[in-house]
Design a protein around this ligand. Structure first.
Ligand SMILES: NC(=O)c1ccc[n+]([C@@H]2O[C@H](COP(=O)([O-])OP(=O)(O)OC[C@H]3O[C@@H](n4cnc5c(N)ncnc54)[C@H](O)[C@@H]3O)[C@@H](O)[C@H]2O)c1
Length: 259
């Protein structure tokens, strides 16, 4: 029995590794899916592959007018917006703070933080018109501690946490829940391809072997948590943050080998 029939979900960064996984699962569960992304070719391809109940919108999350158009198109196509997934994100090329360009800082903050702010701001009236709904912000385990060489990314994801809690307080009375997911390291182009201006992808520096669950996260791991958080089972959960990292933040599990 599909769980999200008669629900319309907008997923930003919906053509990416995690975004496309969310889109496919939601569509399979009966939802109308709106794929918002700057990659029009991949977006149109995914929408065509899914067929009815799927639509691509050209959405640059850092631009307010782009958001207004995307929300209007969603309501026109499907009658309402019930759920927003703020998933689009970019990472900075690895660099010390003292070597980080102001333009790089601004670009990462623009997409990851301002994009999430604009999404909440623009979607809230539509969610209210729909009688309530849910927003899930995709942050990161890098938004929980520090990570050398990733200051813009870390700062943007930390800030998304404060935004999530504030939005939850402001929108709870409107029956709109707002939560955050903190993925650990997930096997997507985000870690397997170098960030713009960089040569080394994160995957080059990272081995999951010492950690409690010794594998990379898969997009489907994150999708499963997302589907729970937007479901009626999570009706009393708002302003919450979910780490989903296979134990990465717990640190290495090397004692086991030493015993
Ligand atoms: N992969 C990981 O290890 C990991 C870990 C923690 C958090 N995250 C977060 O998960 C989210 C999804 O990342 P992913 O792993 O699927 O990466 P990805 O690179 O595969 O996907 C990112 C998507 O965002 C889109 N995008 C970029 N800028 C945009 C903009 N201005 N407007 C709209 N769309 C834009 C890209 O076109 C792409 O489709 C991101 O917010 C990322 O920060 C990823």
């Amino acid at each position: 029995m599909p769980r999200f029939t008669n629900q319309t979900v907008l997923v930003t960064g919906g053509t990416g590794g995690q975004g496309a996984s969310h889109v496919r699962a939601l569509h399979a569960e009966g939802a109308n899916v709106v794929i918002g992304d700057i990659d029009a070719q991949r977006g149109a391809g995914l929408a065509a592959e899914l067929g009815g109940g799927a639509r691509f919108v050209d959405l640059d999350v850092s631009r307010e007018e782009s958001w207004a158009a995307a929300i209007a198109e969603t309501e026109k196509a499907f009658g309402a917006l019930n759920i927003l997934v703020n998933n689009a994100g970019v990472q900075n090329p690895p660099a010390l703070i003292e070597s980080t360009q102001r333009t790089t800082w601004a670009r990462i903050l623009d997409v990851n933080l301002t994009g999430t702010f604009l999404g909440i701001k623009t979607a809230a009236p539509a969610l209210r018109r729909a009688g309530g709904g849910a927003i899930v912000n995709i942050a990161s385990t890098m938004g929980i501690g520090g990570t050398a060489l990733y200051a813009p990314y870390v700062a943007s994801k930390w800030a998304v946490r404060g935004l999530t809690q504030t939005a939850a307080l402001e929108l709870g009375r409107d029956n709109i829940r707002v939560n955050a997911i903190h993925p650990g390291v997930v096997a997507t182009p985000f870690i397997t391809e170098p960030a713009a201006g960089s040569h080394a992808p994160i995957a080059d520096f990272y081995s999951p072997e010492p950690f409690a669950v010794p594998r990379l996260g898969q997009p489907a791991d994150i999708t499963a948590l997302l589907l729970f958080l937007i479901s009626p089972h999570a009706a009393f959960i708002t302003g919450a943050e979910y780490v989903i990292d296979g134990g990465l933040l717990l640190g290495p599990a090397l004692q086991r080998e030493a015993a």
